[in-house]
Design a binder for this molecule. Structure first.
Ligand code: HEC
Length: 159
């Protein structure tokens, strides 16, 4: 590398670094405060609902079954199933006024985590079942996933 190139590289790298420094303070917990964590998990869960509701319409026959669209929603749910639960630890530990999370979550953390895992597994199985393009295979996996939402909300979400 010529001297000139090193200088250009150093300059570019320096600019990139300072951009990073301005975007957020570096820290182990990605959430700077409880409000951020609550917003993060609620946003993720509303994406979960949007994808789930579209599939639900097809499973119930209210919307015509479209194999490609169903697979897309099922794949999205599978990926989304990982997203909300990180934001219940760290800064997310603090319950805020805007949150419907019940304190029981942190009193029964292992059980809550197991319920999150059950949801992830169900979402994976649903995405696999969707590949069959057969509603008889898909429906039971969809219902099993719906139960995992319900089983967690029962004890851990207000309302
Ligand atoms: C392991 C527990 C758990 C599972 C599994 C779970 N949820 Fe939730 N969900 C929660 C909790 C806790 C809240 C409240 C979060 C808050 O307000 O801080 C919530 C909130 C929500 C919300 C409201 C988001 C908002 O905008 O405030 C929706 C919608 C939702 N869940 C849908 C679902 C659906 C659909 C499923 C299944 C496909 C599901 N959840 C699975 C625990 C769970």
């Amino acid at each position: 590398m010529k001297i000139k190139n090193i200088a250009t590289f150093t300059l570019a790298f320096g600019v990139a670094l300072s951009a990073l420094q301005f975007s957020a303070p570096a820290q182990a917990d990605p959430f700077t405060n409880a409000e951020d964590a609550v917003k993060y998990r609620q946003s993720a869960l509303s994406l979960v609902r949007a994808n789930f509701a579209h599939m639900s319409g097809m499973v119930r026959g209210e919307i015509e079954y479209d194999a490609e669209a169903f697979q897309e929603r099922a794949n999205a749910l599978k990926h989304l199933s990982h997203i909300p639960f990180d934001a219940f630890s760290g800064a997310g530990y603090n319950v805020t006024e805007n949150s419907d999370a019940l304190p029981a979550i942190w009193e029964n953390w292992d059980d809550f985590s197991e319920k999150a895992e059950a949801f992830k597994s169900a979402a994976y199985e649903l995405a696999t079942a969707a590949e069959s393009e057969n509603m008889r295979t898909i429906r039971p996996r969809f219902m099993a996933t719906a139960r995992t939402c319900q089983q967690c909300h029962e004890g851990y979400r207000a309302d």
